[in-house]
Write a protein that binds this ligand. Sequence first.
Ligand code: SAH
Length: 211
Amino acid sequence: MTSQRTRDRLINRLQEQGIHNEQVLDVMRRVPRHLFVDEALAHRAYEDTALPIGYGQTISQPFIVAYMTQLLLEDGVGNSVLEIGTGCGYQTAVLASIFPQVYSVERIEALHQQAKKRLAELELYNVQLRHTDGIEGWPNPSYRFDRIIMTAACSEIPEALVAQLSEGGIMVLPIDNGADQTMTKVTRSPDGLICDELEKVIFVPLLPGLG
Ligand code: SAH
């Protein structure tokens, strides 16, 4: 159930659903998603579905990982990317296989520790992880990122993240208006923020403080 054939079937499905970026497809064919979930769920790792990862959280559906990564790459690759919500670390591993420098923060200590171990086992050394509240962005406020991705839904774009987005940078995040959630692409232009509202999505909420 974790064979290359099973993985290829998932990649074909992603293509049928509109994922066309070859780099994203290639990386998702290679990164072993089954190593990021509990052994008891490994046989379902290449289904296009979210799965529980404990602590009331989920590993994002492969389509969503591919879709968000593809959005981040629409205007070139950029050097650094900040992820809010490391979770099990699968999206982090996909990003680390594409971007030169990846930074990711998680509020639940146990998930942060597990992700750290898994990413080290996969020898993805271009990743820096922190156990911290992502609403405040990366703990060093002077850092600027070319791309920011948030894997939990919030009601408005956190100001600290806007401040850490480079000029010309892109941020992709689900925004919750109380009724539903919309994937939103934010571009920081010299004249201000440009917000494109995209698909309706379902994410766990961004929570304040440490878990
Ligand atoms: N990309 C992850 C998604 C996990 S779900 C994966 O595929 O595994 C979203 C994650 O965001 C959860 O792990 C949750 O604990 C985390 N999260 C929620 N609010 C947060 C916050 N304020 N700061 C950092 N992480 C947060």
